[in-house]
Write a protein that binds this ligand. Sequence first.
Ligand SMILES: [Mg+2]
Length: 294
Amino acid sequence: MVDKKKTILIVDDTEINIDILLDLLGDDYDVSVALDGENALEIANEEPLDLILLDIMMPKMDGYEVCRLLKTNDNTKDIPVIFITAKTDEDSIETAYEVGGVDYVTKPFKPRELIARVKTQLNMKLLIENLEFIASHDQMTGIYNRRKFFELAEKKFLQKQDNLYVAMMDIDKFKLINDTYGHPTGDLVIKAITKTISGFIESESIFGRLGGEEFAIMCNHESLEDTLKNIERIRSMVERCEVIAENKEIIKCTISTGCTKMTKETLNLDSLVKEADLALYEAKGSGRNKSIFR
Ligand SMILES: [Mg+2]
């Protein structure tokens, strides 16, 4: 498979500079161009970019201002910015870093230096993305880990969206599976169930493994009925799921789910999750393989 070309936005009010940069970078990268700050902000907001080369001296909005605005927008704050500058005085350079730039290149361009700096920042971005993925995903299943689930759920909670639900799910008698068949098989069960549940998770929903055999979903649905229908579908698909143990035996298992809805009275995310947890205990205590709403 060929790696997708990285995307770079060049922002400069002088066309000759753009031509030079296009000449240097156009073959190896997907390059977009903006002649002023406003247009640059628009493009950055709409297109996924890996890097921005940003001129400092521009009429109307200078590069510093553009960078400040990029860094205040969640969609654009993580795009590395390399400043293009004719100024090499310390004040200008210090400001470039202060407003969020990661590096600067000076005009007239030194081609090999420019390309090396671009490559370094692109590699750095990839490294950061990989580390962020590792820090936010469960290694075994690839879904969100506990920390990321709560981080994203908190964001959603604070938006006070209508029809917000939390479901806590737990594999029934999982300890018995581990004790009977061993941990490698237990891991296979967790992976198979994660895959089954994933098939019912809408793109807007947050699905995470909180630890061990415990999962959580935060989702929006039109109605309570829709939510319960979805949870019930998940329960019945898990019930049908078969995992082949290391000793070739076929294992079947079930999950219990506790679900709750955010109301005006819900104080915070913790209390919402606690409520779903209580419903989960109820499901466990009253026979398992069932979903309870409270
Ligand atoms: Mg300029």
